[in-house]
Design a protein around this ligand. Structure first.
Ligand code: HEC
Length: 155
């Protein structure tokens, strides 16, 4: 066999090629192998949802997350950026709009809801739309937030 390979230049080249390609082929087979467990569908009540804060109270969530930009009195701020007033804001007469903004963000506002549970988003929105001169007729619910998260409307 050794004699044959030494004689046969072409065979030797093929043999080297096969040896060179073997590790790659082995890796490809490993990559194609099905994962042992199917990927779990994220549950809205476990991290990363909820990883931003353990707080469940709407007011505390507002104070720890939102007021840094929208100010403690929710009157917003202008300076290095523009942070709209959430106080007496006519767009906060329903729950869906603020739920959507908290989940998806809006230009300079990050999509904070990505790191909150459905219940936390509902709690902070409820606080917002019933305080600071806002008087929403309806309440935000975790179920509405979950539906919005699963099926965001088109931008
Ligand atoms: C990092 C700063 C920042 C944080 C934190 C933040 N926001 Fe905002 N938010 C903004 C900015 C900036 C806008 C305006 C975006 C635009 O119109 O360009 C905005 C817009 C909004 C709007 C829309 C207002 C309107 O008149 O259309 C709502 C509602 C809102 N934020 C609610 C919240 C809530 C509730 C929280 C806390 C969970 C929060 N924001 C946290 C920066 C922030």
């Amino acid at each position: 066999m050794a004699e044959f390979i030494r004689r046969c230049q072409l065979c030797r080249r093929w043999l080297l090629l096969v040896i060179a390609l073997l590790p790659g082929a082995a890796l490809r087979v490993a990559a194609d192998a099905p994962a042992t467990a199917p990927r779990a569908i994220p549950n809205a009540d476990v991290p990363p949802f909820g990883s931003l804060s353990a707080e469940t109270d709407g007011q505390k969530l507002y104070e720890t997350i939102c007021q840094g930009c929208h100010m403690p009195d929710a009157r917003g701020a202008k300076g290095a950026g523009m942070y709209p007033a959430l106080a007496a804001n006519p767009k906060l007469g329903s729950a869906a709009y603020p739920e959507y903004i908290v989940l998806n963000g809006l230009r300079a506002m990050p999509d904070i809801g990505r790191h909150l549970t459905d219940a936390q988003v509902a709690a902070v929105v409820n606080y917002l739309i019933t305080h600071f001169g806002n008087n929403a007729a309806e309440a935000a619910t975790a179920a509405d937030v979950a539906a919005l998260r699963a099926n965001p409307p088109l931008r």
